[in-house]
Design a protein around this ligand. Sequence first.
Ligand code: SF4
Length: 305
Amino acid sequence: MKEVAAVKAVDGVSVAIREGETLGLVGESGCGKSTLGRAILRLEEPTSGEVLFEGRNILTFDPKQLRALRRQMQIIFQDPFSSLNPRKTVAQIVGEPLLVHGLGNRLERDQRVEELLGVVGLRAEHMRRYPHMFSGGQRQRIGVARALALNPKLVICDEAVSALDVSIQAQVLNLLRDLQDEFGLTYLFISHDLHVVEHVSDRVAVMYLGKVVELAAKAEIYLRPLHPYTQALLSASPMPDPTVKRQRIILKGDVPSPINPPPGCRFHTRCPYAESVCRQSEPELREERDGHFAACHFAGRVGIH
Ligand code: SF4
């Protein structure tokens, strides 16, 4: 399957996003998930490595190439209130990417905005209103409309529904899924919420202290996690079905600083199965089963599997 974007060796992260899929990226806050998303968009410059978009390393792009690239990648942020300029109307906000890229005249831009508002379930009369006149869910729909304005290929959803109530979350997630089908979008869906990621993803990458420690199809991650960190995260997450009990794994110790991570396996200070090799040598992200990658010396041999 064709890859849309791939990040290689940005602080050891190596992950490819396939065309048309939703790749969930999950981990505790501060684990580097958002940094990875921002590195793909070049909103943050990685110190080393490669970020490939359709096979080309975008870290070598000049400003003109970068500008063209920005049309193909968009981001939806967590907080729809602070990411929308309160002094601009919806027409200005959603039409801004068109203006910045010099697309269409005022009338054509307004027509496109109207069309986009319809796509995300808002109405034409909303164009002249300001962000504070909308609910949280509606504001996120405005953010989605803005992200779609340039017909992107890849959309990075950075905690895109985390600030919303659960019932509104479901509406926005369903909208994102419908838009994916309609426009063939590829999503990188970043979230700390395992249930949200399970709901939307085709594959899931689990991150710990700036590294992907497990990557597999959604069912594999949720039913047969191989890495002790993934197992611990899942064991701490409430089950939607209260009759199903899961053995809780309590992680000891604080989360170490990602700036100065522990040597060897970064998880060894909290892993209940750590042995001396874990303190000395860093496990690589290896394919343990078909399409199921884990970075653990004892993947599949410790914990629940
Ligand atoms: Fe735990 Fe060792 Fe595996 Fe790291 S390599 S997750 S410390 S068992």
